[in-house]
Every structure is written in structure tokens, then in C-alpha cells.
Design a binder for this molecule. Sequence first.
Ligand SMILES: [Zn+2]
Length: 389
Amino acid sequence: MIELLFLLLPVAMAYGWFMGRNSIKQKDQTIKQDLSIKYSTGLNYLLSNQKDKAIDSLLEALKVEDDSVEAHFAMANLFRKRGELDRALKVHEYLVRHGNLPTKDKQQAVFELGKDFLSAGLYDRAEKMFCKLLKSDVYGLKSLAYLLQIFQSTKDWQQGIGHKKQIVKFADKRLLHTLANFYCELATTAFEQDNFIEVLELLEQALKLDPNSCRANWLMAQIYENHKQCELACQCYKDIYQQDKEFFPDVIEAMHQCYIELDAEDEFFAFIKKVYDETASTTALISYLSHVETKHSNKKAQEFMLSALKRRPTIRGFKHFVKMQMNQPATEMTNTSLDLIRELISEYLKVKHRYSCRSCGFNSSTHYWSCPSCHEWEQLKPVRGLEGE
Ligand SMILES: [Zn+2]
């Protein structure tokens, strides 16, 4: 009889295991049912435009099931895109406070919360969020970019420079370029106070971070020029040509003045002829023509201009050509007609923009180092083509 009981023992164990498994399944099913009810309630609220009730119901669902985190991020981002920042904040804040989220999701929640604060113009709170993520592999670089964006908006250049170590460590070209411009901003203030040494030190830092910063070289050229160190200034102008050929036309006149100071105009015109040959810039062409006129004759300069216009016509070039015609001996009638044409062209050019942003296409008659539209640095350059350079 006892042997029989021993034989029934495995059957009892199997029965116990089966019943236990069923009980877990039932628990799972209850949780899923609960989750499903909360979700459908939330969606119903959402569809009937009762968004705050919808959020509460969906956040309740999150308490039940962590797998729904992605859905919550999507919902909050949708609110932010629609400008409903208070709702986006509520969801992201909840996710940040949620105790059981994996580190990756937690960091994403902090990052998104920072973006919410930034959109709401709450810079201090956004800064705190992004600073928390500086050591994150996934969000470190992105957070630094947002921090620089905040300091650019508040013109807090020193705060940005405070993050130099991390920026250099990431070696991201865009951030290095932004930080170089922060140094240029400080250098501009020092320049206005004519603080020669400080300007040079700040600009050297800028060029170390971004060797292609033509803004740094232009400021450097100007401070050298103010302190009668024209040879060094000329070298800076030459560097600008190497750094950014599209921007170069804007410094041609200042560079010319520097060479006049050095009594080395021939050297300047040899350089500017090379610039014209390489870039076909109208400003370089007009500058070079004054040399042809002085060294040879007005007729020679006109012939040069005519062939240049045939090769690459521009309105500014044509305006200069008319001006050259007016310098010729002519009847009063011809001069009146030419004057009228020149005036018409001047009026036409006045309504045209001199600069366009290479990053977003924003047009402007004034030059800005930071684009007023997309806030990118050093992207406003002289317009190319028929109505520009
Ligand atoms: Zn722009």
C-alpha cells in the first residue's frame, strides 16, 4: 500500500505544477485585461478630445506595463509638436519620476523633458536637464548641442566656453565651430574696448577650435590694422581667401586699404587678379579694373570689362560698365541717358539682397554672423549669380 502512495507522488507533483502554471496565466491575463481597459479608456478620452483625462488614463496604464514606454514618448512628442507643452511636460515628467524604467528610457525622458523646457523658453530648467546627460553615450553630444543653443540665445558666451573640455572631447565639427564663434563674440567686445592682447588671445583660441573661422581672421586683421601692423593684417586677409572664397569679396576693400598703407598696391592687384581668375567674383573684377585703368587706359579697362561681362554677366558688373562709359568724353545727351540707366540699375540692386544663408536660404541686405532665421554661424555670404557676385 505504501509503495502505491510513492508511485502516486510524481502524479501529485505534476498536478501541483499544472495548477500553479494556470494561476500565473490567470494573473497575467488579469493584468493584460486591466491594461487593455485603461488603454481603451485613454483612447476614448483622446478621441472625444478630453486630453487631460486621456493622459491620466494612459499614465495609469504605464504603471501596469513598462512595455508601453515607447507609446508614451510618441504621445508626448505629438503634444509638443502641436504646441501643447503642458501636456508633453506632464508625460515626460511622469516618465522621469517612474522608478522602474531602464537607464536608456530614463535618459530619453530627461532629454525630452529638456526639449520641452527649451520650447517653453524655460532655459534654466532645460539647462539642468541637459547637464544631467553630459556623460551619456547616447545623449551627451546632443545635450551639449542644446546647451550651446541655450547659451547662444541668452548670449552667455562664458557659460558655453565652460563646456569647452567636453566639446573638444567629442571633436564634433559643428560644436567646435559654434564654440569658436563664442570666442569671437567675446573678442568683438574686447575689440570695441581696443584691448589688443585680449582680442588676439581670444581669436587664437577660436582658430584653435575652428581653423576655418574666417570671422576670427577678419577680426584679427582689423585689430592688426588698427595697431599699424598691416603686414600681419594682409596675411589674415589671404588666409580668409583660403578659408572661404565665397565670403572673401566682403574683405577686398579693407585688404586694398591695408596694401595702400604698405605702399604695395602692385602686390595687392596681382593677388586680386588671381582671385578673379579663380572665382570670377564681380567685386574682385571691379577692384582689378581700377588698376588696369591707372596702369594702362580707360579703353583697355573697358575692353577687359566687356569680355568679362560676356563671359559671366552680372548686374553689378553692368552697372560698373555704364559708369566707365560715363567717364568717356561724350555728348550731353549720351551722358544723361547713361546716368539714367545707372540710376535705374542702382534702384534695382537696392531691393535685391546682398547676402543669403547657405544653410536655410534666408536673404538679407545686412550681414549677420549668426543667421537670424536658422541661427547657424557664418552662413550668410554674398549672393552668387546674375544679381550678386
Ligand atoms: Zn539660415
